[in-house]
Design a protein around this ligand. Structure first.
Ligand code: ADP
Ligand code: TRP
Length: 334
């Protein structure tokens, strides 16, 4: 049996260089391995937990779908779908809610951080303003994963706890009813974490990102904003003096990186270095950007791809959900 790899992307933002280097590029490369079977989906029902702007959810769903397709995801080879198109996931979500310990959710990082924020603000009710969606976020994620009995789940480091919770929930169900669920593993990639324009991790939450498919001109402008120091042209510079280097490294081969390091040591001006970096990123992204723009202009084509993906995914989900319901005693009377 092939190894099942599944991952979801929350539809609340527009993909940035960090997402590309850390998640999209490696996931698409992995999906081309013959010994694995990949499931990729747009987690729009996770998106609505934090984002209450309908236009943003909608625009992000389109942008994320177009990005994955433009970057080479082959919907014939993988199962590519939108979470909200698979009602079986929501059905499983409830079933798992009934096998998930409440105490487990009390320990979830996102919930604890929200409680901490209330405490820090001196608000009496620790649960002030916290909705059940945030509290139950890990159960929906468990349903996403267990619905397809994925073995490997590539995620960022911040999601590892959710995978532990998924295993816990699955184990409890298997023990109480029937061994139906695979216990999945989190796979945290070795990829570099890109730094954003302000020196912190590049993240949509910090508003310090370089959008993946902005125009070539804007890309150069964004790269120009990456922090450097006050060293003049001609002064020797080292790779650790600016995040520019690590971004370059994510797009250049070893020989080019060695050459760039030597040029910096020789006193390359930061302005010149930024031109080299932007050109190198652009060389990789330009053909993808063209495809992205074509896709964005034809949302009905993306919709058709997602609908085809949903049919594939639902057929698969149904088989397991029927077994799960049977195990619970939720079945026809005759
Ligand atoms: P953001 O921090 O912008 O909200 P997400 O948390 O949605 O990004 O991350 C989606 C995926 O992109 C995850 O797999 C995460 O590890 C990866 N990722 C996000 N930011 C970076 C970064 N700065 N460098 C490398 N990978 C990143
Ligand atoms: N919570 C994940 C994130 O914010 C997105 C996600 C939702 C996901 N469901 C998933 C990732 C299932 C992997 C598997 O990054």
């Amino acid at each position: 049996m092939k190894k099942r790899v599944l991952t979801g992307v929350t539809t609340t933002g527009i993909p940035h260089l960090g997402n590309y280097v850390g998640a999209i590029r490696p996931a698409i490369a992995a999906s081309r391995q013959p010994d694995s079977e990949s499931f990729f989906f747009l987690a729009d029902y996770h998106g609505i937990i934090k984002c209450h702007d309908p236009e943003q959810i909608h625009a992000s769903t389109l942008a994320v779908a177009a990005t994955w397709l433009a970057c080479g995801l082959d919907p014939e080879q993988v199962t590519f779908y939108r979470q909200s198109d698979i009602p079986e996931i929501l059905e499983l979500n409830w079933i798992l809610t009934c096998t998930c310990a409440k105490g487990l959710m009390n320990r979830a990082h996102a919930y604890k951080a929200a409680v901490q924020e209330n405490t820090d603000k001196g608000i009496d009710d620790p649960d002030h303003g916290i909705e059940m969606g945030l509290y139950c976020y890990p159960v929906l994620m468990a349903a996403d994963i267990l619905m397809f009995n994925a073995h490997d789940v590539p995620v960022g480091r911040d999601q590892v706890q959710h995978l532990e919770m998924t295993r816990d929930i699955a184990g409890r169900f298997n023990h109480r009813f029937r061994e139906l669920f695979v216990l999945p593993e989190a796979v945290v990639g070795e990829e570099a974490i890109l730094t954003g324009l302000d020196g912190r991790k590049m993240s949509k939450s910090y508003g310090n990102t370089i959008p993946l498919f902005e125009t070539e001109k804007k890309l150069q402008k964004s790269v120009n904003k990456i922090v450097t120091n006050l060293k003049e042209p001609g002064e020797p510079k080292t790779p650790d003096e600016s995040p520019l280097f690590e971004i370059y490294q994510a797009f250049a081969d070893e020989a080019a990186v060695a050459e760039f390091t030597a040029q910096l040591a020789d006193g390359l001006a930061w302005g010149e270095a930024k031109k080299i970096v932007a050109q190198t990123i652009n060389a990789e992204l330009a053909p993808l950007r063209e495809r992205y723009n074509e896709l964005i202009a034809a949302p009905e084509k993306i919709e058709a791809i997602l609908q085809a993906g949903a049919s594939k995914a639902r057929a698969e989900a149904r088989l397991l959900l029927d077994q799960v319901r049977d195990a619970l005693g939720v079945r026809r009377l005759g």
